[in-house]
Design a protein around this ligand. Sequence first.
Ligand code: ATP
Ligand code: MG
Length: 644
Amino acid sequence: MFFSIFRYIHLYMTLNEVRTKYLEFFRAREHAVIPSSTLIPDGDATTLFTGSGMQPLLPYLLGETHPEGKRLTDSQKSFRAEDIEEVGDNRHTTFFEMLGNWSLGDYFKAEQIPWMFEFLVDDLRLDANRFYVTCFIGAPEFNIPKDTEAAALWKKAFERRGISAAEAEIGSEADGYNRGMKPGERIFYYDGSKNWWNRGKTGPATTPVGDPCGPDSEMFYDFGTPHDEKFGKHCHPNCDCGRFMEIGNNVFMAYLKEAEGKFVPLKSQNIDHGSGLERMVAAVNNDPDVFHLDIFQKMREKLSSFSKSGLTDNDTRRIRVILDHIRAATFLVSDGVEPSNKGQGYVLRRLIRRAMAHARLLNLEAGWLEVLVHSVTDSYRDAYPDLGSKENNIVLVLNTEYEKFSLTLERGFLEFNKMATVSAKDAFNLHQSYGFPFELTKELGVEQGKVVDEKEFRAEFEKHQEISRAGQEKKFGGHGLLLDTGEIKARDEKELVVVTRLHTATHMLQQALRDVLGPEVKQAGSDITVERTRFDFTFGRKLTPEEIKKVEDRVNEKVEEDLKVQKVVMPKAEAEKTGALFFFKQKYPDPVNVYFMGNDLESAWSKEFCGGPHVNHTAEVLKFKIAKEEAVAAGVRRIRGVVE
Ligand code: ATP
Ligand code: MG
């Protein structure tokens, strides 16, 4: 009786309470509590920000000895610029904290799973009836077994609290997860696209040789909201409809990929646990909106006092954007970022400017920014003492950017409001003359039905960039090497060879993407350095690991075929009729060069308008590899590729 009433009483918890409880829970289990690393990774040029708890600890997961020992716990400040456009929903924030506990070759699944259950259900009183987990289904082709071990541990934990938990294989993305969930099922097996960890999260087949990897087990909370069929016929824990929220992930780093297709047990097996603190609190409070957390509610109350007419439910999205962006900006500045036009500084600038635009649309009176910053520092000063000591500087940096942008923002809005529609040129001018980040023009344009064509804008933007670059930069060896998106900088013959191979590989990549994904793939930008090629293209969703592998294989198949790479010069109008691809027409001279791969132009596999240079035979590319696939903007994906 007592127990059953108790189950329905949710304790309301604050962010700081949950963080402290988590760290104390693991401290009591002999973990050293280590401080968060900064948001700016040092010495790691591949990412602008620290985006997870795993990132700063990677060297130790790979075998280095950690000075604090083999059991660690922390709350890592994380920032994901790639989630900036998701902000506005109830669960994504750009800045968040990731709770972690780490076993560096010490304990493993048999400790981790019961601990997590005990912490969430017994300590935090998370409603166990709404708790679901996922496990790895296995990869028989690589002799990696189904993770029945993890499932059995979860099952036992549920049963000890009087809940029966059936297991089920849920299916795959390819079949649309058509099986659905049956009553009583709580433990679901997914394939490598969901429940496999390696650096870059790609699945066993595409895990790089020499890397540690392993199955993982994710934890979900069921908010019981109705399923939305837009996301698939049936709901399941990994469905994006919003019913289930991923609280966190337990990674069982168990294998080393020794060779292609060969996985051997790691000498020392690790646990990497990562939970989003904000989401954990939301689940514990049984409220799916992370903006209802105490720290955001305090900010919101402060914000209301700057609105004469009062804030309403219609303003929710704008309010979420402002609260998220100012919290994130406060943490970024405390870690040393200053607004600028590139890198981390540009992201910070975008956050501030976007928050300001939304504040203006809410007719907020001046002064809100500083008050919100103080609200953030007050909430976090105990956990992050440096926020308190740097408070004055943070306010100064943010206020300076505020002042700098206010006047242009007003003028920009006057301009923007005059426009009935916004063309690529208009968007460019708003950016150039009023400092309106393109994303802002796009967002407001879409909101107000003024439609901005992103692809055209990017083309416009790159054209201007190119013109200024071509005018300014010293050219290689006296003759410039003008590629699609600007100038290649090669310091010597050796670098020139690599860059040329990468350039040919880029053409091959575009055609391979079209072969695998269809003709909606179009170039949206590209950039080549001696290290890599970066290719942006239009496509509406993330590529699956299988698709990435297929694209890579397709390129390498054409490398093997050793196609001739040839050039013809022809009138632009005629060149267009050949079906040759171009980035944006205006930028090519008339007559134009068409590079093609194959014996003749008509039957060629790849054809593109291009200034060169290219290799003479595709075999010279040697071997192409996709290093990363990610989103750059809505509908635009980015691939980084390398040649070996
Ligand atoms: P999602 O699919 O919801 O974006 P993810 O797959 O990107 O999540 P992971 O990369 O596995 O998440 O990160 C681990 C945990 O970090 C997640 O379980 C979640 O709790 C938290 N998390 C990830 N992204 C965000 C975000 N933008 N805001 C808040 N928490 C996040
Ligand atoms: Mg995500």
